[in-house]
Structure formats: structure tokens, C-alpha cells
Write a protein that binds this ligand. Structure first.
Ligand code: PLP
Length: 410
């Protein structure tokens, strides 16, 4: 065998990555791909919004006519895009925006925004402790670690007895014990992987503890709009914190609410208390974190967003399409719950399915039950019972419900 100097330590792949590969090559006609985190339409295909297609058609025409180029962007990103990103996150009436206390930096999706936020917080602003929900997006802690955080902690999130609802007392208890100045990462809406979000009263309580403990809130708002269909409603939590006068950061993205997954279109929004330090903060983040790190962001997705939001017709169409996505996800939840409860004859036993929201659900099944679904029924999901609700549609919902009920009997 030829020798190589590229000796890498054997890594352990997260189990879902192996399952994704298995799912891709599975040719079973019953296959349900609930493992990949993309929105799919009723036919199970990746979905491109009509508003996005129309914006891209215009852009193609502009490229052909020599009016649009593949130029480098600027260090902060396209200003028009970051202004829209600010407005989508904080709302048109935001006091912080009006007072000039906000800056927004374009990033490579939400992941890029999280990385820039965490590296800035750790290496420039000298925060040393960061908290995540106990169940969270699988890359969160890794991003924190690569950003320099050595002290990574977790607050309780899912009730371990049921594995499908919020352990709110545990969450509060852990945040109350957090050291002052710790960064607390909060998923703003449509929590990944559980679909379990705090309600209004619970967010108010979380805000109170974050204020009392002097914690720094970093919101991950990857799924804004996918719960209610309305970006304003879905931004309730970070806006509540902003209106309470808190300094905060929000990682945002067009991956989900514009379906621009591959175009790496995101922004980090930073809200300060003092308009005088915004520009030096922005310069520091750009010089110390963005330029030597991820560098300039791509312009294609950002241009699509700008075109849609600055054209009243396209904007209206996009809003309707986002609403339709949210409505479909809710319809699937209702249908699946009613079919399962009809089959298992236990009324309200699957209420968690309609209490949870957004694209993901924690089904509350055991490892063994999940494995049964995957290997015997070809209904692919994470082994912790996270399933992508968008993979379920009116063609396969009965099969999924019957498979779940079979798994419950194990
Ligand atoms: C909670 C959460 N944050 C961030 C991201 C990353 O989003 P993006 O693809 O825009 O980088 C994801 C993607 O799945 C996510 O689920």
C-alpha cells in the first residue's frame, strides 16, 4: 500500500451521519426521509420558492446584459441585505435600530453568524463560559469550542421522563446557577432538534433570570417564520429581550425562510446599549474575526433576498409562500397525531406532536423504538427520536402513523 503523510486520528461520526448515508442509498418504496433537516414539499422534493425563482430569473437577465457581476462583496456584506436582515430580526419599529444601536454583518448562513458571534464573544469580549440547551443542534458545542470556549455547559431542556416536553423548572434552575457574564445560547423559535419552544410567559421568565444573572443572550434564529408563517410573530423572543433594553446578538439566515440553503445567506445582528460603540465594535469584529476567518460572504443569496424584499409583488408572494410552508407543517402534525391516536386508541397520547412546532419533532420514542422505525419500517429519523415533519405528506402519513404505533408496542 502506498505510504501517506496524511495520518488522521480515527474520528467518531455522529450516528445520524451514517444514517443519512444509509437513507440516501435505501431503495425501499416505503422510505421516509425524516432525517435530513431540509424542507421538502408534498411530493417529497426539495422546494424552491416561486419568489426566489423569479428573483433569480431577473438576476440571470442582468448578468447576461452586463449589469450584475460576480464581484467581491465588502467586509460587512451588502449593506442593503444587512439592513433587511436587521429589520426582519428586530422589526420595523425597533427602538434599537432607530437609536442607531444595532449593527449587522453578513455571514455564511446561520452557522457563520454563530461562529462570528462566539469567536467575538470569546476572543474579543473575553467571555469564558457558554451555555446551550441540553438538547441542541449537533454543531453548537463544536462551534463554541472552535471559537475558543473551553467552558461549555448545558441547561436542562427536555423533560427526561417524557422525552417530549419542556423541563422549564430545570431550565430556570440551571440558568439561575450560571455565573455572571456567561453567554447563554437560546434558540428563538422552532427548536432543533425537539420542536419544543417556551411559551410567552416562559420567555418572560427566562428574560428575568437572564437579566438578574447578568447573562449574555445569543439567539440562534435559524427557523424564523416556519412556525407561524410570519417573521414578526416568530421573532417574539429576541424582540422581547431587545425591548427590555438588553444587549444581545442574533444569528439569522435565509436558509430556511427563503429556502436558500446552499447559498450561505445569513447575518449576525448585534444590539448594543450605546450607539457610540457600535461602529468600533463592528470594525473589531470585521478586522479580528471575519477577515482572517470566513472572509467575505457570497452575494448570490443576499441579492435574491434584496430583490424579493424591495419588490412589493415579490415580497407579498414570498410571505404567502412562507405562510404555506408553516401551514403545511402544522397540517401534517394535526393529521399524524389524529391518525396515531385513532390507531392506538389513546386520546391525547400524542398531544406533544401538536404542541411542538416548526420543522422538527421529538417523538418521545425510545432508542429501540427509533431503531425499529428506521430498520424495519424505513422511516428514517435521528436515534434520539427527532424527525423532520416536512418529510411526512398526505401520501405517506398513514404509513408513518401505523409504523409509529407498531413501534410503540415494542
Ligand atoms: C438550530 C440551527 N442553527 C443553525 C443552523 C445553520 O443554518 P445555516 O444552514 O443557515 O448555516 C441550523 C441548520 O440546520 C440549525 O438547525
Amino acid at each position: 500500500m502506498a505510504t501517506t503523510k496524511f495520518i488522521v486520528p480515527e474520528g467518531v461520526l455522529p450516528s445520524h451521519l451514517g444514517l443519512i448515508d444509509q437513507c440516501k442509498t435505501d431503495t425501499s418504496p416505503f422510505k421516509v426521509n425524516g432525517i435530513i433537516g431540509l424542507y421538502a414539499d408534498e411530493e417529497g422534493r426539495p422546494y424552491v420558492m416561486e419568489s426566489v425563482k423569479r428573483a433569480e430569473m431577473e438576476m440571470a437577465k442582468d448578468v447576461l446584459e452586463g449589469n450584475l457581476f460576480h464581484e467581491y462583496s465588502t467586509s460587512t456584506g451588502i449593506r442593503e441585505y444587512t439592513n433587511f436582515a436587521m429589520e426582519i430580526a428586530l422589526g420595523q419599529g425597533s427602538l434599537a435600530i432607530r437609536e442607531g444601536r444595532v449593527c449587522a454583518l453578513q455571514t455564511t448562513g446561520c452557522l457563520g453568524a454563530l461562529r462570528v458571534a462566539m469567536e467575538s464573544l470569546c476572543q474579543q469580549l473575553h467571555r469564558t463560559v457558554i451555555y446551550f440547551p441540553q438538547q441542541t443542534w449537533f454543531l453548537h458545542a463544536n462551534i463554541a469550542n472552535k471559537s475558543g470556549f473551553e467552558d461549555i455547559r448545558y441547561y436542562r431542556y427536555v423533560n427526561v421522563a417524557t422525552n417530549c416536553d419542556l423541563d422549564f423548572e430545570g431550565l430556570l434552575d440551571d440558568l439561575k446557577k450560571a455565573p455572571a457574564k456567561a453567554v447563554v445560547v437560546l434558540q428563538a423559535v422552532a427548536h432543533n432538534p425537539t420542536g419544543i419552544d417556551p411559551n410567552v410567559k416562559q420567555w418572560e421568565k427566562i428574560l428575568q433570570v437572564v437579566q438578574e444573572r447578568e447573562l449574555f443572550p445569543l439567539f440562534d434564529m435559524a427557523y424564523q417564520g416556519l412556525v407561524s408563517g410570519d417573521v414578526d410573530k416568530d421573532a417574539f423572543a429576541p424582540r422581547l429581550f431587545e425591548q427590555a433594553g438588553m444587549e444581545l446578538m442574533i444569528a439569522t439566515t435565509g436558509s430556511k425562510n427563503f429556502g436558500l440553503y446552499s447559498e450561505r445567506t445569513g447575518a449576525l445582528i448585534i444590539v448594543s446599549n450605546n450607539p457610540d460603540n457600535v461602529s468600533s465594535l463592528e470594525t473589531t469584529v470585521v478586522k479580528q474575526v471575519i477577515r482572517p476567518g470566513p472572509g467575505l460572504s457570497p452575494i448570490h443569496g443576499a441579492t435574491v433576498v434584496i430583490r424579493i424584499l424591495s419588490d412589493p409583488v415579490l415580497k407579498e408572494q414570498w410571505k404567502m409562500e412562507l405562510q404555506a410552508i408553516a401551514d403545511r407543517l402544522r397540517t401534517v402534525r394535526v393529521k399524524l397525531r389524529s391518525l396515531i391516536e385513532a390507531l392506538n386508541q389513546k386520546p391525547n397520547s400524542w398531544k406533544h406532536l401538536t404542541d411542538q412546532q416548526g420543522i422538527f419533532s421529538f417523538l418521545g420514542l425510545s432508542l429501540e423504538q427509533c431503531r425499529y422505525l428506521i430498520h424495519e419500517k424505513r422511516v428514517y429519523l435521528y436515534e434520539n427520536s427527532r424527525i423532520n415533519m416536512a418529510a411526512i405528506n398526505m401520501n405517506n402519513v398513514e404509513y408513518v402513523a401505523a409504523s409509529i404505533v407498531e413501534a410503540e408496542r415494542i
